[in-house]
Ligand binder design. Structure first.
Ligand code: ADP
Ligand code: MG
Length: 326
């Protein structure tokens, strides 16, 4: 973009976040210069949100600023990494000061919460899209990957499942009792990345993933990546799935397990832990604000089996939301 516009962007972003001592050079030069402490690895991830696909163009810019950063922080949480730096790619149809103020506030507040410094980015004109690259720090011996799950491992999830999915259905016209709507909607608009849980579980877990596309699909990624000579599987106990009051009520009326099993956008963590470390995990579960719930086991038999409370296997397992399936 031409320089008058750039100075506007500069105005919004150059002092948005507070400075970290490990930033040698932040916004303003061709590159940022960052110091990775000895013994730590850099964990890097990028997510793009496109108007019309990931959010509606008239979406509240403050919520969008929050969510765009939150989904990136969630990836760091899933690896057990500590958030450090972010870069921001903004593609804007026009310079809209009200929009930029809101977006910067949502982004900035969440960045402050997690001690993230915005150290650079790129601004171009085009259809509204937001790309954020997040950088975190992790000790190699503590990092959680997707490929370490083994038969007999216990499966846990943080928080509650299906809230964002039910909020989306409600926004599309499904009747949901009014008392549940604000809490559900907040989960969709303002996901809270489970960074503290991820760091606490790193060192205990054999594998972890953040649930962005739905439990069945994301647990499927752990199974696939952890399979060695033969494919791994898992058994999930549906009556153990942690549910908010809104989702619990919806399920009692519809028995639609696809909401907690396959709806995306919750950004909870799914982790696997060796059985011998159960006591440690249970102790941690009691300390984590977001909660941590046992939901099933990794098994040597391939496939994902969802067990109903009466012990029967749910035969139509809902598939996770897939952006390319539609
Ligand atoms: P260059 O042409 O060298 O890529 P730019 O003129 O695009 O540099 O950017 C100038 C400085 O402003 C750089 O340090 C860049 O990282 C930063 N910057 C540009 N856009 C953003 C943005 N949306 N958020 C944060 N920093 C940005
Ligand atoms: Mg340059």
């Amino acid at each position: 973009m031409p320089s008058p516009e750039f100075s506007l962007i500069d105005h919004y972003f150059s002092n948005l976040t507070s400075s970290r001592p490990d930033v040698e050079l932040g916004i303003g030069d061709d590159c940022a210069l960052l110091r990775v402490p000895p013994g730590k690895q850099l964990a890097v991830s990028l997510d793009t949100l496109v108007a019309g696909r990931h959010f509606l163009p008239d979406c509240d810019p403050e919520a969008l600023g929050h969510k765009a950063l939150a989904v990136n922080l969630s990836d760091l949480a899933a690896m057990g990494a500590e958030p450090a730096w972010a870069t921001l790619g903004l593609t804007l149809p026009e310079i809209d000061e009200t929009w930029l103020t809101g977006f910067a506030r949502g982004f900035g507040e969440l960045a402050e919460c997690f001690g993230v410094q915005l150290v650079g980015g790129d601004t171009t004109r085009g259809p509204l899209a937001i790309s954020i690259q997040i950088h975190g720090l992790v000790s190699p011996e503590r990092v959680m990957r997707r490929d370490g799950a083994r038969p007999g491992d216990l499966i846990y999830v943080t928080g509650t499942l299906g809230d964002a999915g039910l909020a989306l259905l409600a926004a599309q016209g499904l009747y949901v009792a009014a008392e549940h709507l604000p809490a559900l909607r907040r989960r969709l608009d303002r996901p809270e990345p489970r960074v503290a849980a991820g760091q606490a579980l790193a060192g205990l877990a054999t594998a972890a993933i953040d649930i962005s596309d739905g439990l069945s699909s994301d647990l499927g990624h752990i199974l696939k990546r952890s399979s060695l000579q033969t494919s791994l599987g898992a058994a999930l106990h549906l009556d153990k799935l942690p549910l908010s009051p809104g989702v619990a009520e919806y399920l009692s009326e519809t028995a639609d397990w696809s909401i907690p099993m396959a709806a995306g956008d919750d950004y909870e963590l799914c982790i696997t832990v060796p059985e011998r470390r159960q006591a440690e995990v249970e102790r941690l579960a009691g300390e984590l604000d977001c909660g941590l719930t046992w939901i099933g086991m990794i098994e040597a038999q391939a496939g994902l089996r969802a067990l109903l409370p009466n012990g029967e296997i749910l035969d139509q397992l809902p598939a996770g939301f897939d952006h390319f399936a539609r």
